[in-house]
Design a protein around this ligand. Sequence first.
Ligand code: FES
Ligand SMILES: [Fe+2]
Length: 386
Amino acid sequence: MATPQPEIQFNGLKESVPGLPARYYFDPAHHALELKKIWQRHWVYVGRSNEMLAPRSFKSVAIGDQKILLVRDDSGTLRAFHNTCRHRGALLCTQESGTLRGGAITCPYHAWTYSLDGTLLRTTSKSVARGFDVSDYPLYPVNLKVWRGFIFACLAERPPEFTAGFDVPLSRLDSWPLEDLRIGHAFTTVMRCNWKIFWENYNECLHCPVVHPSLSQLVPIFGRALMEERDDPQWREHAADDDPKYRGGLRRGAGTWSSDGALVGKPFAGLSEADRLAAHVYVTGLPSMFIVCHPDYVRLVRLMPLGPESTEMRVEFLFSPETLADPGFDVSKVVDFSGAVMREDAEVCELNQAGLRAAPHESGVLMPEEYVVRQFHDWLRAEIGD
Ligand code: FES
Ligand SMILES: [Fe+2]
């Protein structure tokens, strides 16, 4: 009779479990369900507050098939509305961003005019029909929340608690001066994959040695296909070893995520020694974004679903005003490095999507290292009531 093995405390999955049904990644009806149950229910990151500081500035964004207009009024209050006229439903604003002339929102179809708080000010009709009252037709409001310089919108009538979608307490980022940071560089790309494919890829490092050669050198534990120490069933054997390939963190001598590992700006003043050494602190806010706080800059990635097999990814690199003003500052060192990692991920995400329609492939299977993918699947199933 075999001797029972002592329970090994590690993070990995102990049971073999299937992934989500393959059709969840391409079926238009399932995608519509997710838009309704997930994307229209949660807080979604829509932009930085300091991108639209001027009175009367606006920005239009889309969350799935819902188009939203963000507007700042003359007193500085920011509001969000559906980008839809109450007359016959025309799109109010076709530009991505800008400043509203005349301090009002005028529909480009029959010129109904709204104030910046959404009140309908006037129609263009020559008479008023019985039973019509302008006060019955304000713009449809959308919930808005500004957290430390990040603007979030929620399409639900009764939004969930703001912090509910985050995987760690937001106080974890207290040492970073998030509200003061500016976008030093940003790029947007469209991936030919379902939005969940991206999150699955983001939630495991089994692919890291295969897909990310440079990142695997900078973060040696990633080169072992692990995200952290206890992802290794043998972790106890190396518990006393502070080599970053066991402990996590950057290779010795490196200070941040950049092409040569060197810092690109002064480390943020309030960071603890542990934060500086960790070199990356991740906070995930499902379904739309994750933030990675480095010692000298912050990277933000935002997803938007464009269709069942198409996802927009926007990456923003945030720096302190002092770093941006430094004549020696070279943004390309972080953009080239992180941009390459993001492109490597986007490429395998598209590869993953491309193979999913095989007739016999009802679902994949998760390996022990993919325990966070499993948590994501559990979250998704609960959200859609599966
Ligand atoms: S649809 Fe907007 S004024 Fe007619
Ligand atoms: Fe990756």
